[in-house]
Design a protein around this ligand. Structure first.
Ligand SMILES: Cc1cc2nc3c(=O)[nH]c(=O)nc-3n(C[C@H](O)[C@H](O)[C@H](O)COP(=O)(O)OP(=O)(O)OC[C@H]3O[C@@H](n4cnc5c(N)ncnc54)[C@H](O)[C@@H]3O)c2cc1C
Ligand SMILES: *[C@@H]1O[C@H](CO)[C@@H](O)[C@H](O)[C@H]1NC(C)=O
Ligand SMILES: *[C@@H]1O[C@H](CO)[C@@H](O)[C@H](O)[C@H]1NC(C)=O
Ligand SMILES: *[C@@H]1O[C@H](CO)[C@@H](O)[C@H](O)[C@H]1NC(C)=O
Length: 577
């Protein structure tokens, strides 16, 4: 090794490991001097209850504890309890999720600890804030985190002893029916949304402008943050593609301090990496322009029976029936979800009459349930004039307080993509349904919450998509199912309980992994401890992504759990189990 190289590698070792952390008062002084009132100190959501459990501030926290809209509007608010805690040490500041008014969690000897909540947040208002934060991190060695809504399932938007760039207040959104990406020539209808825009805002905007945007099932996830950079799927994805398929342009500050435009005509390598490589890795996105689809009526099939009539045999019959027709439905543009007592199918591609005809087998299944006397069973088709009224009827409302919209507990998610080949023959379908039944954990009363998301890009047409390459795992390209399953725990679970829930949900998904050896998983909704994660999330794109990471972030100023080019030995991960 030449002396020069030796010196360079020594310098990088020093830069990574030996920069002394400044005292907290210095950090705060520096941040507030440089960023003014955009520098914010951490304030755990439940803290007022640890201060005074009968105060009006605490009563308000108790009332809104499970409300995701409230949580996502606060710098220190996270969707899933555990990412506010330090799982390794048990340091936390949580209430009882099930009964937030239960005083036990906030009473002595429990104290309010910051856990994994970053010490400070910078309320980002423009590229200069991000450039300044990268300089600050490089000078001090203090880790940076990027936080948008705090929805992340893998803790990638929190981190102990860090400073977070908080993008929530970047809310601009506009529509240009003939948007031309900088340096390109072709025009597309494009919505330019700043990094803090959330789906409830984006869907409302789309409705007002008579267009359609691909989004997820949840009103408060961000449109252009982790969702789009990681893949982004929704019920319209079979026809309109994944979120990444519709990005026309990103504006981003890369860790070298440059504000860049990435699209199909410039910084193409970065553009490729940002379309599936994952959030929090290649820089901080300030805005994205997304290809808008035409507005169209939404056809819906809903088949359901009450959980009181739960029966594994009935679920198996439903999932077998769906698997028989699935390829035909996927090609016709149907997306949706199925759960042990639910099938919800959605498309904008068919007329009401075509939809009824196509879904006849499920309507007949519903009739057979009624004939059997299953109380509360129903199956029907419906038509909505556009996406927003469908979303408001079936998905989490922006109030975030109904049904699935409840958040604030702790979860272990796991998932697997199921490709077309699994549906090819009667034998492969049986193998798949058997694996799904085993993975469901039914009939155990504490079976995890299983949702088979039928959101792969199965019926997309090239002309419907934005130009340029994407970096999601190739398994997404012919995925029909994205199978997810979720275990949960409350504030007083022990470390052993928590490890047990993580292990159990992951082991159940092994049944599906075993029958889909050549597939992968969706990185935004994957196991925290995803086996062989590079291959699982990115397939053969990984080496190229790792090269792009090193090009734009050689000092690894950004680093997150199982992200491209991560350093698993970093102190950042001291709170993971
Ligand atoms: C209730 C619920 C429902 C969901 N439904 C769906 C669904 O239907 N379809 C789907 O595809 N996904 C879904 N998700 C998963 C969701 O896409 C991920 O949680 C995603 O990471 C959220 O991104 P965020 O920016 O809103 O959240 P955050 O937790 O704030 O950020 C997530 C990651 O992106 C990074 N990041 C955020 N903003 C930026 C930025 N501007 N620049 C650089 N990095 C950034 C963060 O550092 C972090 O790594 C759901 C999640 C939840 C909790
Ligand atoms: C707690 O809040 C209640 C209601 O505002 C108030 O009456 C009480 O004095 C407070 N207790 C303390 C110790 O501050
Ligand atoms: C909305 O868009 C659709 C599809 O492009 C079009 O057919 C319809 O006329 C538009 N409606 C209005 C009110 O502009
Ligand atoms: C956790 O607390 C709840 C109520 O606060 C209680 O019902 C439950 O038994 C406790 N669980 C454990 C594991 O201590």
């Amino acid at each position: 090794m030449t002396a020069l190289l030796l010196l360079a590698s020594l310098a990088s070792v020093l830069a990574e490991d030996q920069v002394p952390l400044t005292a907290p008062t210095d950090i705060w002084t520096t941040l507030s001097t440089r960023f003014g009132d955009r520098a914010v100190k951490a304030a755990p959501f439940a803290e007022p209850c640890f201060t005074n459990i009968t105060s009006p501030e605490c009563l308000s926290v108790q009332e809104l504890y499970q409300n995701e809209k409230t949580r996502t509007a606060q710098a220190s608010g996270y969707t899933w309890g555990q990412w506010e805690t330090c799982q390794k040490t048990g340091a936390q500041c949580l209430l009882d999720f099930a009964v937030p008014t239960d005083p036990a969690a906030a009473s002595a000897p429990n104290t309010c600890e910051r856990g994994s909540i970053p010490d400070y947040f910078i309320d980002v208002r423009g590229p200069e804030d991000v450039i300044g934060a990268f300089e600050f991190s490089k000078e001090t060695g203090i880790p940076l985190v990027v936080k948008n809504t705090g929805h992340d399932f893998k803790g990638r938007s929190s981190g102990r002893n860090s400073v977070a760039l908080w993008t929530h207040n970047l809310k601009d959104i506009s529509y240009d029916p003939a948007f031309v990406a900088e340096g390109c020539t072709d025009a597309y209808p494009g919505v330019t949304a700043a990094a803090g825009v959330q789906f409830f805002e984006a869907f409302q905007f789309a409705e007002e402008h008579n267009i359609t945007l691909v989004g997820g099932s949840d009103a408060t996830v961000g449109l252009t943050g982790g969702f789009t950079m990681g893949g982004g799927h929704g019920v319209l994805s079979p026809v309109l593609g994944l979120g990444v398929d519709r990005v026309l342009q990103y504006k981003i500050v890369t860790p070298d301090g440059k504000y860049r435009t990435a699209n199909a005509c410039q910084n193409e390598d970065l553009f490729f990496a940002l379309r599936g490589g994952g959030g929090g890795t290649f820089g901080v996105v300030l805005e994205a322009t997304i290809l808008a689809g035409p507005a169209a009526p939404v056809q819906v099939l809903v088949l359901t029976w009450p959980p009181t009539a739960r029966s594994p045999a009935r679920t198996e019959a439903l999932w077998s029936l769906i698997s028989e027709h699935m390829i035909e439905w996927a090609d016709a543009g149907w997306g949706g979800y199925t759960m042990p007592e639910l099938a919800l199918f959605v498309t904008q591609r068919l007329s009401k009459e075509e939809a009824e005809k196509s879904m006849a087998p499920l309507l007949a299944f519903g009739e057979s349930l009624k004939a059997e006397g299953v109380e509360g069973a129903m199956a029907m088709t419906m038509e909505f004039p556009s996406f927003l009224p469908f979303f408001q009827s079936f998905m989490t409302d922006a109030g975030g307080n109904a049904g699935a919209g409840k958040v604030g507990y702790s979860v272990s998610l796991t998932s697997r993509l199921v490709r077309r080949s699994s549906f090819a023959t009667a034998a492969s379908r049986k193998e798949l349904v058997d694996a799904l039944m085993a993975a469901s954990g039914l009939p155990a009363p504490d079976a995890p919450l299983m949702i088979i998301q039928i959101t792969g890009p199965t019926a997309t047409r090239a002309g419907d998509l934005a130009p340029g390459r994407t970096s999601v795992t190739p398994a997404w390209r012919d995925a029909v199912y994205h199978v997810t399953s979720m275990g949960m725990w409350n504030w007083n679970a022990t470390k052993e309980d928590i490890t047990g829930v993580y292990d159990r949900t992951s082991r159940l998904m092994d049944h599906v992994r075993k029958v889909t050896p050549d597939s992968g998983a969706y990185l935004n909704e994957a196991d925290v401890y995803e086996p062989n994660h590079e291959v699982s999330f990115w397939g053969d794109h990984y080496p190229e992504l790792a090269t792009i990471k090193m090009k734009y972030d050689p000092d690894r100023l950004l680093d997150c759990w199982q992200c491209v080019g991560w350093n698993p030995d970093s102190e950042r991960y001291a709170c993971y189990l």
